[in-house]
Design a protein around this ligand. Structure first.
Ligand code: ADP
Length: 427
């Protein structure tokens, strides 16, 4: 009887042991199942016995994965921020040229919308005759220069760089300014060549006539030819002098010799110059307001003001009048030259200070104009933080005003003579 009883107890003890073990494992499996629903490394369950090893191994693995993920996310965020901050447009394209991602500069330059256009084929969004072929070719050493249509002039240089498997990086750079400078440089060289070629052709033609013995320098036709050759060489010299002045102005940003000089002395010299040039053909007046000293490069300002005066004489038919005036307005110094000459149509005004721009081509050349006078005036005034204002009406005349900022003008002190309005008139 006892042996049977003993065996039942033993069996019960085994069953109980198994049940306890099962409950222990079930609890840990449950903890694991709960954790799997939100598998954060900090929430990995803490087990005991064999589960302690399982959970701590799990913790190490999950923690390492989490850390790596964190590092990758950080790297990706930093990479995107860097790409976002780039002044060039960056577009990531997939194998079918669909937009995967683009930065703010690409949105602005190519007219894309990073959120709405993600997944869209770029060839449907950027329309340009050569763009599709360029994207499809995807060669990293080929550049496409595209002129975009729109309210503002925009020139883009596009490079498409293939990477990974069939993916592409499209880089768009705004080259509007560089293109404009390049065009200006080319136009400048073409203009200078043209300006020099015309008088040189005249001179060489006459020299050939003399060389062939068809005309002698001492006969009337010869003297006339010599006179024409002289005027053409003068024209070339004037052009080269103006070019040298412009290049000197461009080689330094600031005036070289700044002094505080008496503006009235300069004005009187300019009036004399105008009268000499006019040779009695115009009425030339000087109107001076409040006396002042101007702080700046006297030679540069004299040459700029002189160009305005020379133009007034050249573009005013005989019998007209020219008025030089100086005054202070809100502290600014204003030197103006008004004439009753041919005037300028409004559409020419914005371009008048460009090199070689002429409103009246034939008259400018006839009067020996180089086409650089107002470009020099603008340069000099800009170097003195000033500006040029132009008022003009065809057939009625023009007023060119050189405005100097208040900090460059020192009104006469009380010890000096009181401001007077002086008019010097001579016909
Ligand atoms: P230019 O040597 O041809 O006179 P400028 O740069 O001095 O070159 O002037 C540019 C153009 O502006 C001239 O070609 C002329 O058409 C116009 N212009 C300048 N000053 C006057 C003026 N006082 N009256 C009429 N037109 C003027």
């Amino acid at each position: 009887m006892w042996p049977l009883f003993g065996r039942v107890w033993a069996l019960l003890a085994v069953v109980l042991g198994l049940a306890i073990t099962l409950v222990f494992h079930m609890r840990n499996v449950h903890a694991l199942a709960v954790w799997l629903r939100d598998p954060a490394p900090s929430k990995v369950p803490i087990g005991s016995g064999v589960w302690e090893h399982v959970f701590s191994a799990l913790y190490r693995h999950v923690h390492a994965t989490f850390q790596q993920q964190h590092r990758l996310t950080g790297a990706l965020t930093r990479f995107r921020s860097a790409a976002q901050a780039m002044p060039d447009g960056v577009v990531v394209l997939d194998a079918e040229n669909h937009i995967t991602w683009c930065n703010a500069a690409a949105e602005r330059l190519l007219g894309l919308d990073a959120r709405k256009d993600a997944g869209q084929p770029i060839l449907n969004l950027v329309r340009h005759p050569d763009f599709a072929a360029h994207v499809k070719r995807a060669s990293d050493d080929a550049l496409l220069v595209m002129r975009m249509s729109g309210p503002q002039e925009l020139v883009l240089s596009i490079r498409v760089v293939p990477y990974a498997q069939d993916e592409k990086l499209l880089l768009a750079r705004d080259v509007t300014q560089a293109e404009r400078l390049d065009t200006m440089r080319r136009d400048f060289v073409a203009n200078v060549s043209h300006e020099l070629k015309t008088p040189l052709t005249v001179v060489s033609g006459f020299l050939e006539t003399f060389a062939e013995g068809n005309v002698r320098p001492d006969e009337p036709r010869g003297r006339q030819a010599l006179e024409l050759m002289r005027s053409q060489t003068d024209r070339m010299l004037r052009l080269i002098e103006d070019l040298l002045v412009l290049s000197a102005l461009e080689s330094s940003a600031l005036p070289a010799h700044e002094t505080a000089f008496d503006v009235e002395r300069l004005l009187r010299a300019l009036v004399e110059e105008a009268r000499m040039l006019s040779a009695g053909r115009h009425r030339v007046e000087l109107v001076t307001g409040r006396p002042a000293k101007v702080v700046g490069d006297e030679r540069e300002l004299a040459s700029a003001f002189g160009n305005l005066v020379t133009n007034a004489v050249r573009y005013t038919p005989p019998g007209g009048s020219i008025e030089l005036a100086w005054d202070l307005h809100d502290g600014e110094g204003r030197f103006s030259v008004a004439d009753t000459g041919i005037g300028i149509a409004a559409h020419h005004l914005p371009r008048l200070t460009e090199r070689f721009y002429r409103a009246d081509t034939s008259r400018s050349r006839d009067t020996g104009g180089t086409g650089l006078g107002l470009a020099i005036v603008k340069h000099v005034l800009t170097r003195h933080q000033g500006r040029l204002e132009i008022d003009s009406e065809p057939g009625r005349g023009s007023r060119f005003t050189a405005v100097l900022p208040a900090r460059r003008v020192r009104p006469a002190t009380a010890a000096q003579p009181q401001p007077t309005l002086e008019k010097l008139t001579r016909s």
